[in-house]
Design a protein around this ligand. Sequence first.
Ligand code: PLP
Length: 432
Amino acid sequence: MDHVLTPWVAQAGRKAPVIVRGEGSYLYDDAGNRYLDLSAGLVAVNLGHGHAGVASAIGEQAARLGYCAPSLGNDTRSALARAIAEIGPWAEGARVFFTTGGGEANEDAVKFARAMSGRHKILTAYRSFHGSAPGAGSLTGENRRWPNEPGMPGIVRFFAPFPYRSPFHTRDANEEVDRAIAHLEEIVRYEGGERIAALLIEPVIGSNGVIVFPDGYLKRVRELCDRHGILLIFDEVMTGFGRTGEAFASQRFGVAPDILTFAKGVTSAYVPLGGVAVRESLAKFFDAHPLPSGHTFSGHPVAAAAGLAAIEAYRNEGLFARARVVEGWLRSRFDALAERHRIIGEARGVGAFFGLELVTDRDTREPLVEWQGGKTLHSLFGDLLARGLYIYGRYNVIVVSPPLTIGEAELDEAMTIFDEAFAEFAKIPKAG
Ligand SMILES: Cc1ncc(COP(=O)(O)O)c(C=O)c1O
């Protein structure tokens, strides 16, 4: 019997390979089988597995100083905060509060926004994920929130654009943006703009389908927030650290938030670490007001050492820019794959971050299994794994987010596996 409780699933009968080693884009199990890690874990291992620089930085830091309280200064922690401010989207600079993960970072960002604004309400999108602990779970706009309900009060949800399945009844991208902004304005009017502390959004919707907003949407959200004095928080837990082809999606889309949360790729997932970056002019607020949060592991030196080494590796290996090269590779391969398999309704993405939306019928766009209602495609994911491809996904969307170091030959290997698995799956299209 395994004594581990695994997230989100009923435990009985669960089967998964026991991973004991990782190298580059590959994972290895205890029987010596190899799996191509096409989702970089959970959109996190941006450097690939077994990066020697990060591993030795972790070891050296642990030997020199394994821990010191957050109330004391620490050289490694300060250096990482500076490095993040330097690669962040603000010319004015930023200050960083560290957490242990992404959900905690979102909860703290909300606390900061409430403290700084003196307002209470928070806007978040449906089809979003911001974490699973009670606070972050409440911010989440899908069914992983439900076990938390009624949850944290004061959260108001809106629909963001989703061109492939428009909540605004259009197939025109400009109209989608116009209507999404009008909808948001209406919500702000009915909630009272002067009562809204912040709007929290993933600049690319991640686990809810890898949805890239049409041009102009985020910019107009920024303008709307400015008109009402609402702070804009980008949840860059998935999109940060090169995933979209820039350090942050903020830079890829040319829209700077007021607060940016991150986790995952900051250490290439080698050590748990998250954080809240606050642009300098706002962070000054806390010069005169006590910071309303704290954690034992805030700015843990070993995690900070991993973060510093990861950022150095991203820089030295040119990996943020490389995500744009990977984007080209993925786009051309998925276009070809979609020609062969009608099960692919849409392949969409930006940088090294793509979603394959699977449908029963390309014309009607009927999803292969209902989002939030049906079962995730366990048989398909299981088959891909059995063929040597680890992939993350939910319901009818496969999330493709390889390590930024992935090569073309590895992508070709993945396409061969997709080809075989989709062909097989097409014979049983309704299987869940
Ligand atoms: C966009 C986003 N925000 C927050 C989180 C939660 O991060 P964590 O699991 O580190 O708490 C996730 C996790 O996948 C995420 O995708």
